[in-house]
Design a protein around this ligand. Structure first.
Ligand code: T3D
Length: 260
């Protein structure tokens, strides 16, 4: 392990920090492998916070000599994306706990995709999102072509992908691309407080919400209603549900254990 991903434990929640500030946290194979391991290791937590060190959140794939044709021909980007970037996105979406993203600075290329894969995204007012893929002759990957049209609509998604223009945090909030733009100085405290709050919530229900929203992207209304009923049935058998209702009746704050 190097320290390209810094893991900070805060009791029930954990902070993962992309830690290559001199390259605006551009990701390479080592860093992505560490990120995947850190995500795999987070199953026991009740919430995660993903952010970047320094003035950038993540400037996407590291662009270096390995990314241009060499003696063996062009790099196999399909295999590369599948083995690394896309595993990160799949893991974030599949984790049975909420993942908050604090976008502390520029989020470009796969860096923007990683942010959009998270459940709740806060961004510093000075941060920008950039589908930089087009600038180097690539297509949006790491889920950007899936997340973006669903978040901002196809007209904006197509223009952002084809133009690669930066979107400010405030515009991203106005367009529904992220949850909230926050003053730079307040970003980390707000993101940490939000993640800590989520870690006290009914974790099993939050995990089932993730399943619902993922499935909803492809389901018919009927199929989604069936899934809601099934997952509500499961949620209704958790100790947290019993505690939530009991707390309401007793007029006190619920104390959720996060258990099934
Ligand atoms: O492998 C696959 O499967 C393919 C998948 C690809 C997915 C992708 O992510 S494609 C998109 C890759 N990313 C980019 O194209 C973005 C490249 N970076 C930029 O365009 C700019 O750096 C930014 C707009 C993000 C920020 O600009 P600025 O002016 O604020 O900072 P800067 O001076 O350009 O960057 C600071 C340093 O970080 C600089 O290094 P230096 O000169 O001080 O030694 C710069 O080279 C380095 N850096 C930034 N991004 C990358 C990077 N180094 C390597 N790879 C990067 N992606």
């Amino acid at each position: 392990m190097t320290d390209l991903i810094r893991v900070e434990d805060h009791g029930a929640w954990r902070k993962l920090v992309l830690n290559r500030p001199e390259k605006l946290n551009a990701v390479n194979e080592t860093m992505l492998t560490e990120l995947i391991e850190a995500l795999d290791d987070a199953d026991g937590c009740r919430a995660l916070l993903l952010t970047g060190e320094g003035r950038g959140f993540c400037s996407g794939q590291e662009l270096g000599p390995a990314m241009i044709p060499g003696a063996d021909g062009p790099p196999d980007l399909a295999a590369h994306a599948s083995a690394y970037h896309h595993r990160v996105v799949r893991r974030i979406r599949a984790l049975p706990l909420p993942v908050v993203c604090a976008v502390n600075g520029v989020a470009a290329g796969a860096g923007a995709s990683f942010a959009l894969a998270c459940d709740i995204v806060l961004a510093a007012r000075s941060a920008v999102f950039m589908l930089a893929f087009v600038r180097i002759g690539l297509v949006p990957d790491s889920g950007a072509s899936f997340f973006l049209p669903r978040l901002v609509g196809e007209a904006r998604a197509r223009a952002l992908a084809m133009l690669g223009e930066p979107v400010t945090a405030e515009r991203a909030e106005a367009w529904g691309m992220i949850w909230r733009a926050v003053d730079d100085a307040a970003l980390m405290a707000e993101a940490e407080a939000l993640t800590a709050h989520l870690a006290t919530q009914p974790t099993v229900a939050l995990a089932k919400m993730k399943r619902l929203f993922s499935a909803g992207a492809a389901n018919t209304l009927d199929a989604q209603l069936d899934l809601e009923a099934a997952l509500q049935g499961e949620a209704g058998r958790t100790a947290d549900y019993a505690e939530g209702v009991r707390a309401f009746i007793e007029k006190r704050a619920a104390v959720f254990g996060g258990n099934a």
